[in-house]
Design a protein around this ligand. Structure first.
Ligand code: SF4
Length: 164
């Protein structure tokens, strides 16, 4: 492990490339030799033109390499305060793929209860607001979320959840 720039950005060899890890700004990317070489040169010279535009676009800019992105504030109690949630809305599915890990559609259909998804969504939204981050709410298959359309709309309704 080596420090790339003195700003807590680390480069770790991994398989055919490297993991570039900036823990204080919550960034981790997988990069090939050429990309790492370009990033190191940029940090040495401050000249962004040494990094290909495609790489800059893929990385969402280069500011984070300097640690200028404000670090995610840790809660004082150091407990886990999630800012993202993945909801499995239902076990129902209209496809019944033979490889389905969830055997979706094989059992009596159930859907997540409104009080459960609202509690989960409100929790991550509150935590995200406190941390100055955007909450992330994902819907996952196994069953198919759109089969539970009413539940899906209810879960993402701004009026019923504390979205901002
Ligand atoms: S949940 Fe996904 S994998 Fe399972 S049956 Fe439906 S589409 Fe297929």
């Amino acid at each position: 492990m080596s420090t790339a720039n003195g700003h807590d950005v680390f480069v770790l060899p991994r398989e055919a490339g490297h993991i570039v890890y900036a823990p204080l700004v919550g960034r981790v990317v997988y990069a090939n030799d050429e990309c790492v070489a370009q990033l190191k040169k940029y940090l040495e010279t401050g000249d962004a033109s040494v990094v290909s535009p495609d790489t800059i676009a893929r990385l969402g800019g280069l500011e984070w390499l300097h640690g200028r992105t404000p670090p995610i504030p840790l809660p004082l109690d150091r407990h886990f305060h999630p800012t993202s949630v993945t909801l499995f809305l239902t076990n129902r599915c209209n496809l019944r793929c033979t490889y389905c890990y969830a055997e979706a559609g094989e059992f009596e259909g159930v859907e997540i209860a409104p009080e459960v998804y609202r509690a989960a969504i409100d929790l991550v939204v509150r935590n995200a607001q406190r941390a100055g981050r955007r909450p992330r709410i994902a819907l996952h298959g196994g069953g198919e979320p759109t089969v539970a359309w009413k539940t899906l709309v209810g879960a993402l309704d701004k009026k019923t959840c504390a979205f901002v």
